[in-house]
Design a protein around this ligand. Structure first.
Ligand code: C2E
Ligand code: CA
Ligand code: CA
Length: 781
């Protein structure tokens, strides 16, 4: 469990306060108790003095009264005359009047003449007093086990004739009076000793119960007092002992007590009050602390809430703390942080949606914009992919930083020209995408033409003028595509077609997508075939019209794919050329051809093989190296391997193609110009080319017997080729008529269905055998 900051603050404050309050209260209470005790002690001391004073006053009063008696004339007369009856009667009378409890008459010598009590042991002290005192005196005494205050007054007539003594019992009246004055209790203790032991102990007390019931009052005096004090303390009494008389054998003392319990009871009230006050203080302190803690924690709570909010991604609300202290600063910091995060997030958000180099929306963003533009599929939009074809080539020369800038400048130009509402984005390294409103077809076309035109001017950067090779592919939504992805894919196809067709802007043709898809599949599967096999070479014999024999065969590629079935080269060769896989395939063909010729050589057949090289092969110096290398030590002559080339290689890079052809020519290969007549090259150009043979394209041969034009073309071609020192082979010979014509025209060799369709290697040998025996000789002899 986590204790909140506020609770913790509250607990700590309250705990500290509680400790402090307890300590103060306890010490105050203890001081009060001590004070109470000290007061009581002082009270007892005062009480003792009061008690003494009371006794003294009592004795003075008694003395005065007794003196009155002693001075009574009749009384003196009676004593002087020794009239016993009169004496007794006066004494009794008088004693009664002044309330004496004990009456005694002594001779001046100390002889007891008359006495109501037996003074007993104390008589000695009385007698001693008589001797030393000239006038009246008082003393405390025990008589018949009762304490008395005795007053002895001389009777002088005028000589001293007697001492009259009056005794007043120290009784409850006296003690009560004392108690009334001092509110202290008094307990008189009087003991007599006989033969060293206390024989008699008496107590007289104002206390309601005998306070010393359990004390052994016969023990040694100090012990008795200690025990008594302890016992009294147990009863809640504070005591003080005053010795009134200690004349062995008589001991008389007063034990003064005040009730501590009463004083403390008053304190208990005080204590309760103090505890209540402490408690109230604690509660109010807790409340105040809570209030303060709230004051402290409220900004913290605000900050915590703000931090939580920020963590959950809500940056909309700023923290508003009025505080100018650290909390305020923290709140301010939080706001700054929140702003920073917000900005950074916006930046990231922007980055996620834009191309950083051009600042144009990226592909994802364009998809989003497309959906916004086409809320229903009613609104026509032209989706146009703009490809900068030569950017990669430029970056090879000038570096990436340079072309990045070129692309940026190109984007700038394009965006500058956009119609309001049209959108441009960067969807690939060298590709922009334009979404153009096509509500009005004419205006849309016009706009696209303008967009294309922005690239007509060279872009200048670092003093270099760059002309961009731009192709655009256009797809109409929703007419030609059902979704953005659809449109984008088809625009891609249109762009590729634009390049193939040499157009700047190509409109997507319905159905292209499907064939494109097929092309993709074929390209994919081709790769699979290169790795796992599936190719086969067929051979189509070539007939030497001069020596009247099959001197060679053209190797023609077939491919059987598990998924696509039987594939013809017219479909897959162009795709392999596009994807760049062709050279790997040609290498396979070379390998097969070499193996074939080696075998034939060993079997004693003198048969050459023609293989077809594509433009990419001829421009690939590694390929040229390998062909030369691999035929260096083969068991056949290189001139038996005829390499058929087409003009397309010449068109792409004439110089490089020529260099490579010269190497092949120099190495001794037989070189033939395939499909002659379909391209642009003229016979004049052939003069400079290192080739041995012309292969007249089958389009001129297939209907040669029917078509006079074809005959003229073929005838002149043969003548001129011969003129240039080249041999001529005609392909596509399908009938005897064509063959005869060609022979008449002086053609060197023929190839065609009339002889044989391309056939599997296994069929070639039996075919050759059969052919040599019969067919051709007889058929056109
Ligand atoms: P090509 O080099 O002009 O090959 C001749 C094509 O004409 C072959 O078609 C062949 O079967 C066909 N042909 C031969 N005699 C006749 C005839 O009397 N009448 C008709 N109508 N056609 C005839 P194929 O085998 O389908 O090859 C088509 C093209 O594919 C070839 O044209 C060649 O350009 C390419 N090709 C074939 N194999 C390879 C190869 O191994 N490498 C490369 N680079 N291209 C190849
Ligand atoms: Ca060929
Ligand atoms: Ca051909």
């Amino acid at each position: 469990m986590t204790i909140s900051f506020r609770t913790r603050l509250l607990l700590i404050f309250t705990a500290v306060l509680a400790v402090t309050l307890t300590a103060t209260t306890l010490s105050a209470l203890r001081a009060t108790d001590a004070n109470t005790r000290a007061n009581a002690t002082r009270e007892l001391a005062v009480a003792e003095r009061v008690f003494q004073t009371l006794l003294d006053e009592n004795s003075r009063e008694l003395t005065d009264r007794t003196t009155l008696l002693a001075e009574d004339f009749g009384f003196r007369e009676a004593i002087a005359t020794n009239e016993e009856d009169t004496i007794i009667s006066v004494l009794a009378n008088h004693g009664d009047r002044i309330g004496a409890d004990l009456i005694m008459l002594m001779s001046p010598q100390g002889e007891v003449l008359i006495s109501t009590h037996d003074i007993g042991a104390d008589l000695g002290r009385v007698r001693a007093g008589l001797g030393s005192q000239a006038s009246a005196f008082s003393l405390l005494t025990l008589s018949e086990h009762q304490p008395y205050q005795m007053v002895m007054v001389p009777v002088d007539a005028p000589q001293r004739v007697a001492w009259v003594g009056m005794g007043f019992l120290l009784d409850n009246d006296l003690l009560g009076r004392f108690r009334d004055i001092t509110s202290a209790d008094v307990t008189l203790i009087y003991r007599e000793r006989e033969a060293g032991n206390y024989s008699d102990v008496q107590t007289l007390s104002t206390l309601p119960t005998q306070p010393l019931a359990d004390v052994d009052l016969l023990g040694p005096y100090d012990e008795v007092l200690a025990q008594a004090a302890e016992q009294l303390r147990d009863q809640g009494l504070l005591s003080r002992y005053a010795t009134l008389l200690d004349q062995p054998p008589v001991h008389l003392g007063a034990l003064l007590t005040v009730s501590l319990a009463d004083a403390v009871a008053a304190n208990t009230r005080l204590r309760t009050q103090m505890l209540l006050i402490a408690l109230a203080a604690l509660v109010s302190a807790a409340v105040v602390t809570l209030f303060i803690a709230r004051g402290i924690t409220r900004p913290i709570d605000t900050l915590v809430a703000a931090a939580r909010r920020i963590a959950s991604g809500d940056y909309q609300h700023s923290v508003s703390l009025k505080n100018t202290n650290e909390f305020g600063v923290l709140g301010q910091t939080l706001n700054t942080m929140q702003n920073d995060i917000q900005q950074r997030e916006r930046h990231i958000f922007y980055q996620a949606r834009h191309d950083l180099k051009t600042g144009l929306p990226n592909l994802e963003q364009m998809a989003q914009r497309f959906t916004e533009l086409t809320p229903d599929d009613q609104h026509p939009v032209a989706v146009v992919l703009v490809r900068l074809e030569n950017v990669s080539a430029l970056s090879d020369v000038y570096g990436l930083a340079f072309t990045d800038e070129i692309v940026r400048l190109a984007a700038e130009r394009l965006v500058h020209r956009l119609r309001p509402g049209d959108i441009a984005g960067r969807v690939g390294n060298n590709e922009f995408l334009v979404l153009a409103d096509a509500q009005l077809a004419g205006e849309c076309d016009q706009a696209l033409a303008e967009y294309l035109a922005v690239f007509d001017q060279a872009i200048e950067h670092q003093d270099i003028d760059v002309l961009l090779d731009v192709r655009m592919g256009q797809v109409m939504y929703p007419e030609q595509a059902s979704s953005f992805e659809d449109a984008l894919r088809r625009a891609n196809i249109a762009v590729s077609d634009a390049r193939v067709h040499g157009q700047a802007l190509e409109r997507y043709q319905i159905g292209r997508d499907e064939s494109h898809l097929r092309q993709l599949t074929v390209t994919n599967r081709l790769q699979h075939a290169i790795e796992h096999g599936g190719f086969e070479l067929l051979f189509q014999p070539q007939y030497d019209l001069r020596n009247r024999r099959i001197h060679s065969a053209e190797a023609l590629l077939r491919w059987h794919d598990d998924q696509l079935g039987r594939m013809f080269p017219d479909e897959f060769i162009p795709l392999a050329e596009q994807s760049g896989d062709i050279t790997q395939i040609t290498e396979w063909v070379v390998t097969e051809a070499i193996a074939r010729m080696t075998a034939w050589q060993e079997e004693g057949h003198d048969l050459g093989v023609s293989i077809n090289l594509s433009a990419r092969d001829i421009l690939n110096s590694h390929f040229i190296d390998r062909v030369i290398e691999r035929t260096a030590h083969a068991g056949f002559e290189r001139k038996n391997l005829m390499l058929e080339i087409t003009e397309s290689a010449m068109v792409t890079d004439t110089e490089l193609a020529l260099t490579h052809l010269k190497r092949l020519y120099g190495a001794g290969f037989d070189l033939a110009m395939d499909d002659f007549g379909t391209g642009y090259s003229s016979l004049a150009q052939l003069k400079t080319m290192p080739i041995h043979e012309l292969k007249i394209d089958k389009s001129f041969v297939l209907r040669l017997d029917e078509d006079q034009d074809d005959q003229n073309i073929v005838r002149s071609t043969i003548e001129m080729a011969h003129h240039l020192g080249l041999t001529v082979i005609a392909e596509g010979v399908e009938n005897q008529a064509a063959l005869k014509l060609l022979e008449q025209m002086g053609c060197d060799a023929i190839q065609g269905y009339y002889l044989s369709k391309p056939m599997a290697i296994a069929d070639l040998k039996p075919w050759l055998a059969a052919f040599n025996e019969t067919t051709l000789e007889s058929s056109y002899g």
